[in-house]
Structures are given as C-alpha cells and as structure tokens.
Design a protein around this ligand. Structure first.
Ligand code: ZN
Length: 404
C-alpha cells in the first residue's frame, strides 16, 4: 500500500520559530513541552523556519554561512549540563564515540565548514571573494599555513626533528614532544637558511636561530614526563619508535581534553596497527609483519630486528610508495649481515643490487609467497613497504580463505 504523502491527508500545524518559544527561546525543555502540547492538540506539523546560524553581519538566517550547520545559539545550556556535554573533557566514553561517529558521518559538509569559518576569522570576517587569492582558491599549502596560525589550532610535533620543527613552529600553539629522531639523513642542513645544523645531544641548533624547542613532553626510562605529570609508558608495540609514537599520541589526546590516565590505558590495548606487528601463522612459519617505507622507518625498526631471524624484504615502487627506489641506498642493510635474507616484491631486483653492495648473502625471488618457500620454518621477520605490505597481507588472507 502506498504511503501517505504529506498533503494526502489534511493536517493541522503551527509555524513558529524556536526563538518564539516561551522562556529561553532555545531547544530546551520548553521545546519538548511544546511538541507534547502539539501532539495532544492533534497537530502533526511544526514548521520551525531556518535553524542555521544567523549571519553575523545582518543577523539573518536567510543569509547564513551554512545551509547545513545548526545555530549554536539555539542550544539550551541547562540541557547540555544535564547530559554532561558542556566541555570536551566531560563527555563520557559512549558520548565521545557517538560524537566521533557523527563527525565522520557529516564530514562532507562539516570539515569544509569548520575550515571556512576558521579562515574567515583569520581574514577579519571579510567575504571569501575578498580573501588573499591562495586562500580564496583553497590552495592546500596556503590553507594549511593559515590554519596552523589559528589561535585554536593545536599542533603536536617532534622537537627532535629539525624539518618538523621548522614546519610546526608556524603554529600558534605547538606542543613539543621529545620523540627522538633515529634518522637525520635529510636534516643535516637548516630548512630555514641552508646552513649546516649543529647536533649536540639532546639538542640541535642553527646559526640563524632555529633550534630544538624545549619539550613539553619527554620520555625517560619507561615513563613519559610533562611539566606536571609522570605517566607509565606501558605499551605492547615493540621498539623505541613506538614508544615515541605513544608519547606523541598521549600529548595529542591530552590536548583534546582526554585524561592522561584514560589515554595511557587505551594505548596499552594496542597490539596491532592495521596489520603491522601482527604475527601471521603460515604452515610452520610465523611471519612477523613489519612496514617500513623509507630510511627513517627502517632506522626506527633496527632495534626490532636485533634477533637474527630470517628476513623477507618486499619492495614495490608504485605511486603510494614513490616511484624512485634510490632511498634503499640510505637504509643501513649492512646491519643485517648474519641472517638469511630474501629480496622480493615488484622491485626485488633493485633491492637485490642494494643488498649485494651491502655485502649481504641473499637470494632474489620476486613473488613473496614463492620467496617464503626458500625460508625455513619458525619465526621470520617480513618487512615491506606500503603497497607491498598490503598486497602481501591480502594474498596471505586469500590463501587462508582458500585453504579454509
Ligand atoms: Zn638556519
């Protein structure tokens, strides 16, 4: 049976803007009472007129800066208190999950709207047609630079990496984490002036004045320190690089109002990151899956590869990996001498040449599954770059499905 259309049945209703409700004129208890009153009176329509933010210049909802956003002035304070939603930090875990889900569901209009409003504020609330052309035209680099300077933008950045510091120092509220930098091959000269940087453990500096900022967060032994707190750094992911990542994550979580204890206990639950660090059983082999897509990633992983297990390295050079494999020459493969190594992937030959120059006894088998056949049973470290990693995981999972 076809459903009734709105005008198929005669209905009664009321045209009334929320601001005309008695009391605060907001979406609070009076609005709920009004809906109940309408229902009891047999009215089935409440036409509310636009609920969008009014224009700050003329106060009109018909000249709003968004046709999608709601007007924050219509939110009832008493009700936000009642539901514990007055501040980010007050949200319960369930509310935070709901809020995040809502934000991603509405990201299509919400993200550009937030960007637009932040830029508009920086441009003195002028119409967008009058903004600086790179911002008006939404050039990514210009928008990024402008947003970094916005007073409410928080940038959590690594104080130990000169390239990162040079970029993040633009931010009005940087939070510096001494996260370490295990590979500085692209940071020997100053990103500001080109002079040679001086590294003096734990700092670095340049004659132009760019130097390591004083960290707000740092790691000592197995703890993370801030000026006023000490937190245990108790994580399940291996290696110094993950301890640094965890410190960055803690700083970011605290910056958005999550309690440090809550964030630290959530970090303890993480043992696999999108397939990385997982151990995959295949026949008699236990494959520890690691991803490294550049010399910095490899340098961060050296401590995880200290056991001389057989090593399968899979390298592709697709768009996402970077077409140029010359970065392989910056990876210290010389460290992996005393183990069985197989070079694999779409660029197995490039990797093989590099391994030969590193003096590594190895074999080259382009197909990673065939490469596994050349390795013994037991624990094997698999290190792949980006597309090689995901391709290999998919093949392993298809193989598992096929064999049941
Ligand atoms: Zn400099």
């Amino acid at each position: 049976m076809p459903q009734d259309q709105p005008f198929d049945v005669r209905r009664a209703g009321v045209l009334l803007h929320v601001t005309s409700l008695p009391g605060s004129g907001r979406l609070g208890p009076a609005a709920y009472e009004f809906v109940d009153f309408l229902a009891e009176a047999g009215c089935t329509v409440w036409q509310v007129l636009p609920l969008v933010p009014v224009h700050d210049g003329d106060g009109s909802p018909y000249n709003s800066l968004s046709s999608m956003a709601g007007n924050p002035d219509l939110i009832d304070e008493a009700m936000t208190h009642q539901f514990g939603m007055t501040a980010d930090a007050e949200l319960s875990d369930e509310q935070r999950v709901q809020y995040d889900a809502w934000c991603s569901q509405h990201a299509e209009w919400l993200d550009p709207y937030v960007e637009f409003m932040a830029l508009r504020e920086l441009q003195g609330d002028r119409p967008w047609q009058e903004w600086d052309p790179p911002l008006r035209d939404r050039e990514r680099a210009a928008v990024g630079r402008a947003l970094a300077r916005h007073p409410s933008t928080v940038v959590v950045a690594n104080a130990d990496d000169p390239m990162v510091v040079s970029a993040a120092a633009l931010a009005s509220r940087p939070i510096w984490v001494a996260a370490g930098a295990s590979w500085l091959g692209d940071a020997s000269s100053c990103p500001r002036c080109g002079q040679t940087l001086t590294f003096t453990e734990p700092g670095w500096q340049c004659v132009c004045g760019l130097s390591r900022p004083t960290p707000d967060w740092w790691i000592e032994d197995s703890k993370v320190y801030t000026a006023d707190a000490v937190l245990p750094l108790d994580i399940r992911l291996p290696g110094q690089v993950n301890r640094s990542n965890a410190a960055m994550a803690l700083a970011a979580a605290c910056a958005v109002g999550i309690s440090a204890d809550q964030a630290a206990s959530a970090l303890r639950e993480v043992d696999v990151v999108a397939g990385r660090y997982a151990v995959v059983h295949r026949g008699g082999q236990d494959l520890r899956m690691l991803l490294a897509k550049n010399p910095a990633g490899w340098a961060g992983m050296l401590s995880m590869l200290s056991e001389p297990r057989p090593l399968l390295v899979i390298i592709n050079a697709r768009e996402a990996d970077g077409r140029d494999t010359s970065w392989l020459w910056d990876v210290p493969f010389e460290h992996f001498g005393s183990r069985q190594v197989v070079a694999s992937g779409e660029r197995a030959a490039d990797l093989g040449v590099r391994l030969s120059y590193a003096g590594l006894d190895h074999c080259t088998v382009a197909d990673p599954l065939a490469a596994l056949e050349t390795l013994p049973p037991g624990q094997i470290d698999v290190v792949a770059n980006y597309t090689a990693f995901h391709q290999f995981r998919r093949r392993l999972s298809r193989e598992r499905e096929a064999t049941g």
